[in-house]
Ligand binder design. Structure first.
Ligand code: M6R
Length: 608
C-alpha cells in the first residue's frame, strides 16, 4: 500500500525523503512524489515508476529544504499516472494520503460548486481543497481538524502549508502513522523502516489523533484538541535488519534468516525442563485460559495459512474447538462468537484492514483478543487484549517468509501451553514437544542446504504454465502457501489442494506439462500420500516430492525428491515451508520477475 514520509529538521529534507521513500518501496507502489520548500514556495515533483526516476528528476537541481513530504502510491482511485501521484495541492495546501475517502464524490461536488478545479482522478485531491477551504476561516491545524470532521473513510495524512514552512501536520484514522523522534528533527511515516537509519524512538498515533511537528517540538492532540498522553517506544530493529546484507533479494535474505527468526521467537518463552510455556508472554492468566471453550483464528494471505496449521495443533494438543476464517469473510458472516471465546488475530504487519476489522468485530461480540504480530506497536497489537510478538525482524520482501514460520512457532507454543494448562497433554509430552522446538532453528539451518537442489529443480520447471501443490493434514496449509508464494513471485498459476481431494476434480489437469509438488513427510498419512503420488504418475504427471524420510518409497516414485530434516509432525510445516519458499523464489528469479516487489501487490494491505 502507499508509503508516506514527512521530515522537518537540520538535514536536507529532500535527501531524507528520497531515502525514506526507497525504504518504503517494499510496501508496493506504482508512482511516487515529493514536495519541498524553496524560494518559490512549495515545489512538487512526481512520476510514475520507481523512486530512482524521481531522484533523477531532482539530480540536476539538487534542491535543499528543511521540510519535505513524500509518497509512494499504490493506485486505488485512478490509474497510475503523474497527475494521480501524490503530493496533491490546492493553493497553499499540499498533502500526501494513505487510505480511501469513502464520501469523496459528495465532497467533490461541493468543492466544485465552490469553484475548485480538480486535476486528478483521486479521492485524495478532495482533501486538499476541503482543508484549503477551511484555512479561509481557521489557522492551519484547526483547518485540518475541521475538514476531517467531514471526511468518511480511512486516512494517514501528512500536510504542509506554503506560508508555514516550519510545520508539518499529520493525522490518522484507520491507517498507520508513526512519529520518529530525533535530536532537533522529527519524522512522520506510515512505517518505521522509512526513518530507521535516523531514529528508533517512535510514537504511534492512534485513530483521531493529530500531530504537529515544528523545529522546536512535537504536539500530539486527541480528536477534541486536548493534548494526548503518548509513550515513546523503542523499536528493537536495527538498520542492517532492514537492508539486503549481501543477498541478491530481500526475499532470499529473509528465507535465510529463518533459523534466527525462529530462535528469537521462542527465546524466553518456554521452560523446557518443566515442559511449560511462559504464558506471561501471551498476556492471559492460566485461569482465564482454562475457561476458553472456543477459539477463532482470523488472518489473511500467508498468515491465514499459518492459522490453518494452528487449528491442527490447538485441536490435537489442547482439544479446544478452533475455527479458522479468512478475515475478510469473518467480518461479514455473522459469526457465532460469544463472551469468553478467544480470538487469535495473526498478522505480520498488524495493519491489515480486514484482520483489524475481524478483530474489532470479535471484540464487539465479547471475545478476548490475542494478536500474534510482528510489528511492535502496530494497530493490531495495540487493540488486542494480549500480544504475542513474533521476533522475525522487519520483513521487507512483499512475499512473507520468515514471519510465516515464526507464526507457526507461536501457534505451536500456544497449543502446547493451552494443552498443558487444560490437562490434555502431560508434562512428559509437553517436555518432548518443547525439546523438539529447541532443535528447530538448527534443523531449519540444515534444511536451507537444499537451496542448490531446489535451484536446479526450478531450472527444469520454470517454464511450466501451472503448478499443483498437494499436502495432507497439517501440511495441506503448506500446499496452499506454496501455491500462493509461486503465484505472487512468478505470476504462474498454481493451486494448493488436499491430496486426498485431487481425485474429485483436479486430477483432470494432470498431464506431463503440469509439475505436481507433493509434501510428503513421514507421518500417519505417509502411505496415503504415496498412493496420491501414484495416481499422478499413472496419468503421466511429473512429481516433485518433499519428504523427511530418507528411506521412503517416494524417492522411487517421484521424478525429483527433496529431503529435509526430520522433526515431529507439528513442526514439519516449517521445514516444508523452506522448500516451497525457495522453489517460488528461484522460479521467480529465472522468469525475470521482481521478486521483492511483485506487480500489483502491497506489503501491508491497509484498505478493505
Ligand atoms: O501483514 P499480514 O500478515 O496481516 O498480511 C497478510 C497478507 O496480506 C500477506 O500475508 C500476503 O498474503 C503476503 N503477500 C503473502 O506473501
Amino acid at each position: 500500500m502507499c508509503g508516506i514520509i514527512g521530515y522537518i529538521g537540520k538535514r536536507n529534507a529532500v535527501s531524507v525523503i528520497l531515502e525514506g521513500l526507497k525504504r518504503l518501496e517494499y510496501r508496493g507502489y506504482d508512482s511516487a512524489g515529493i514536495a519541498f520548500f524553496s524560494d518559490k514556495g512549495i515545489e512538487i515533483r512526481r512520476c510514475t515508476g520507481k523512486i530512482r526516476e524521481l531522484a533523477s528528476m531532482l539530480e540536476s537541481e539538487n534542491p535543499s529544504s528543511s521540510t519535505a513530504i513524500g509518497h509512494t502510491r499504490w493506485a486505488t482511485h485512478g490509474r497510475p499516472s503523474e497527475e494521480n501521484a501524490h503530493p496533491h495541492r490546492s493553493n497553499s495546501i499540499v498533502l500526501v494520503h494513505n487510505g480511501i475517502i469513502e464520501n469523496y464524490l459528495d465532497l467533490k461536488e461541493r468543492m466544485i460548486e465552490k469553484g475548485y478545479e480538480f486535476k486528478s482522478e483521486t479521492d485524495t485531491e478532495v482533501l486538499c481543497h476541503l482543508i484549503e477551504e477551511y484555512t479561509k476561516r481557521y489557522p492551519f491545524e484547526q483547518a485540518v481538524r475541521e475538514a476531517l470532521k467531514e471526511v468518511k473513510g480511512s486516512y494517514a495524512l501528512v500536510i504542509v502549508k506554503e506560508d508555514e514552512p516550519a510545520k508539518i501536520v499529520g493525522a490518522r484514522k484507520d491507517s498507520p502513522l508513526v512519529v520518529g523522534l530525533g535530536e532537533g528533527e522529527f519524522f512522520l511515516a506510515s512505517d518505521v523502516p522509512a526513518f530507521l537509519n535516523y531514529s528508533r524512538n517512535v510514537i504511534f498515533l492512534d485513530d483521531g489523533e493529530m500531530a504537529v511537528l515544528t523545529y522546536k517540538g512535537l504536539m500530539i492532540t486527541e480528536p477534541d484538541n486536548t493534548p494526548a498522553r503518548k509513550d515513546v517506544k523503542s523499536v528493537p530493529w536495527s538498520l542492517s535488519m532492514a537492508e539486503k546484507g549481501g543477498y541478491r533479494h530481500f526475499m532470499l535474505k529473509e528465507i535465510y534468516e529463518q533459523p534466527r527468526a525462529i530462535g528469537d521467537t521462542l527465546r524466553g518463552r518456554l521452560y523446557p525442563e518443566r515442559g511449560a510455556v511462559n504464558f506471561d508472554e501471551f498476556g492471559f492468566g492460566i485461569d482465564e485460559l482454562k475457561k476458553v471453550k472456543k477459539i477463532f483464528i482470523v488472518a489473511c494471505g500467508t498468515s491465514y495459512h499459518a492459522a490453518l496449521t494452528g487449528k491442527y495443533m490447538i485441536e490435537e494438543l489442547a482439544r479446544t474447538p478452533t475455527e479458522v476464517d479468512i478475515a475478510s469473510e469473518f467480518r461479514y458472516r455473522r459469526p457465532l462468537v460469544k463472551s469468553g471465546d478467544l480470538m487469535i488475530a495473526i498478522t505480520q504487519s498488524g495493519e491489515t484492514a480486514d484482520t483489524l476489522a475481524a478483530q474489532r468485530e470479535a471484540k464487539r461480540l465479547g471475545a478476548r483478543i490475542l494478536s500474534i504480530c510482528n510489528v511492535v506497536g502496530s494497530t493490531s497489537s495495540r487493540e488486542a487484549d494480549a500480544v504475542f510478538y513474533t521476533h522475525s525482524g522487519p520483513e521487507i520482501g512483499v512475499a512473507s517468509t520468515k514471519a510465516f514460520t515464526a507464526q507457526i512457532v507461536a501457534l505451536y507454543l500456544f497449543a502446547i501451553g493451552l494443552g498443558k494448562t487444560k490437562g490434555v497433554i502431560s508434562e512428559n509430552i509437553s517436555r518432548e514437544l518443547l525439546k523438539e522446538l529447541l532443535m528447530l532453528p538448527g534443523k531449519v539451518e540444515k534444511a536451507l542446504a537444499i537451496d542448490e537442489d531446489i535451484r536446479r529443480i526450478a531450472e527444469g520447471f520454470f517454464k511450466a504454465r501451472g503448478f499443483l501443490y498437494l499436502g495432507r493434514g497439517i501440511n495441506y496449509p503448506i500446499a496452499l502457501e506454496g501455491a500462493l508464494k509461486l503465484k505472487e513471485i512468478s505470476y504462474i498459476h498454481a493451486e494448493g489442494y488436499p491430496a486426498g481431494e485431487m481425485k474429485h476434480g483436479p486430477i483432470a489437469l494432470i498431464d506431463e506439462e503440469l509439475p505436481v509438488i507433493v509434501l510428503a513427510p513421514m507421518d500417519n498419512l505417509h502411505k496415503k500420500i504415496i498412493s496420491n503420488i501414484q495416481e499422478v504418475k499413472s496419468r503421466g504427471g511429473r512429481v516433485i516430492s518433499i519428504t523427511n524420510d530418507s528411506d521412503s518409497e517416494i524417492f522411487r516414485t517421484s521424478d525429483k525428491c527433496i529431503l529435509v530434516p526430520n522433526t515431529n509432525s507439528y513442526l514439519t510445516p516449517v521445514l516444508m515451508a523452506i522448500a516451497v519458499q525457495l522453489l517460488a523464489y528461484y522460479v521467480g528469479v529465472l522468469r525475470g520477475c521482481d521478486v521483492d516487489q511483485p506487480r500489483n501487490l502491497a506489503k501491508s494491505v491497509t484498505v478493505e
